[in-house]
Design a protein around this ligand. Sequence first.
Ligand SMILES: Cc1cc2nc3c(=O)[nH]c(=O)nc-3n(C[C@H](O)[C@H](O)[C@H](O)COP(=O)(O)OP(=O)(O)OC[C@H]3O[C@@H](n4cnc5c(N)ncnc54)[C@H](O)[C@@H]3O)c2cc1C
Length: 429
Amino acid sequence: MDFRLTDEQLEFQAHCRKFATEVIRPAADKYDREQSVPWDVIRAARAWNLHGVEHLMKMGSDPGGLFGVIYAEELHYGCAGIALAISASSLAAAGIAASGTPEQVGKWIPECFGEGDEIKMGAYAVTEAGAGSDVKSLRTTAKVDGDEWVINGTKVFISNGGIADVNVVVATVDADLGHRGQASFIVPKGTPGLSQGKKEDKIGIRASQTTEVVLEDVRIPMENLLGGKEKLDRKLERARSGQSGGKSNALATFEITRPMVGASALGIAQAAYEWTLSYLEGQADEHGPMLEQQHVQQVLADVATEIEAARLLVWRAAWMGRNGVPMTGGQGSMSKLKAGDVTMWATTKLMDLVGEYAQTTDCPLEKFFRDAKIYQLFEGTAQVQRLVISRMQRQDHQAKFQESAEVLQQAPGTAPGDPLESDKEPAAA
Ligand SMILES: Cc1cc2nc3c(=O)[nH]c(=O)nc-3n(C[C@H](O)[C@H](O)[C@H](O)COP(=O)(O)OP(=O)(O)OC[C@H]3O[C@@H](n4cnc5c(N)ncnc54)[C@H](O)[C@@H]3O)c2cc1C
């Protein structure tokens, strides 16, 4: 096992860090204050090859799987809000890639980013009031009328809401079937009946626009159903006849995308840690220089260790995702959970260390602290991540137990069907 980054990964990391410090960081205060879309920084990201379809393809080209998490951490090191404004279209692209036909993927993913100098945006609209963690309770409906789908409902807390050129909307086609009665639809900007609702006034990631997305008798052609009607009909039929849905693609997809979210959180934690180190370097009190005091060293050591531990989980999960190693134990979720919790905890500890200055809006730590909270909330709350991990661990354990029981049954000299007995009596070959 080699934990060192390759030359290519190091070069990419340095490129992202340069963009974060030279382009993102100088713009961070303005967009945080104004809570407006940082179009100029998004354009600059395109010019630096850090936005768009080509950039997405580069992310997938790293055999070690680390380009994506390096990118997320470094851009969020600059400013989490701006980084999300640059990258949130990837959520819509992931939704299209997960459910779309090859033709739909080829048509709509480029529309989430735009080509050449043109910047376009995508939004992935799932959440509703009363259906956040509880996704099976979505109330937005999609009904066939003639040769069109008609969609009605209101989505809340949608990143890129109101500015997206492509909205991937998850709606229910048969409410009795819970999540198995749901499907994803493409609703392009400008479709009659599609509008932006309330814009959220958030405490953190303020450069990323978050709004309600309202759909009133929105009519879209049949081909905007991701995956196509035949596939949906088969899925509904299986669900109605009580057949198992098989392994959940959504669950497997989330395991692969969550390390990116974990890496994003770590960018904030790393920025907060580095800022605090630099700040304390010049500070002293009646006991001497701050960095030479043991109580300060204790905290800094804990923060550094936790960040490293979380990063190892993130990198491992990213490697597993890229190399097709199934994350049956919830390794993707673990990485996001740990990184989100570490970031919230670390920014709090560092503020404690810095003292009263950290309570002012002049101190950069207050922004890191505000930005950190969302990583325990979106893309699966920390509590829900724990449930996912726990369930996956249990299934994984049962599967491993079953597997070893089968191996023991096949081995000569073991009692068939009695794995525990077999454990006591090692197979005599
Ligand atoms: C800034 C921002 C951007 C977002 N962007 C998007 C987006 O682009 N697209 C999108 O679809 N959504 C988006 N969301 C929504 C986000 O994914 C949801 O907020 C999240 O899924 C939680 O749902 P909820 O807010 O309805 O909370 P709820 O699900 O109502 O949960 C409330 C609390 O109860 C806890 N809880 C719920 N169920 C359980 C349980 N079984 N056991 C223990 N605790 C539980 C939760 O952890 C949480 O603490 C965004 C949210 C924010 C704040």
